[in-house]
Design a protein around this ligand. Structure first.
Ligand SMILES: [Zn+2]
Length: 94
């Protein structure tokens, strides 16, 4: 189990893994994310915690708790909890 300080951000290693492995689609609006946009662009790629760190700090560094989102979508969401979450492809029923 990871011990993470409440003030610590997601590690660079985990961010790199998320960029490689997670779909390049916004978890909040469902449209693709352009990975080539500058980091400060409103539609650039950023990570969102499904379970906020304030609620469960032990999941802050868990990649299964991270979803790619547009920067603007993430900031407009504020502190609200997700109602709809995208399920991983592996759990899809045929
Ligand atoms: Zn979005």
């Amino acid at each position: 189990m990871l011990v993470v300080s409440p003030t610590r951000r997601v590690s660079a290693r985990l961010v790199a893994q998320a960029r490689r492995e997670l779909p390049k689609v916004c978890h909040l609006c469902g449209t693709p994310i352009d990975m080539l946009l500058p980091r400060n662009h409103a539609m650039s790629w950023t990570l969102d915690h499904v379970t906020p760190r304030a609620i469960d700090i032990s999941r802050a560094e868990d990649i299964s708790n991270l979803r790619p989102v547009h920067r603007s979508c993430n900031s407009s969401k504020g502190k609200r909890l997700h109602i709809n979450t995208i399920k991983p492809k592996s759990s899809r029923r045929w």
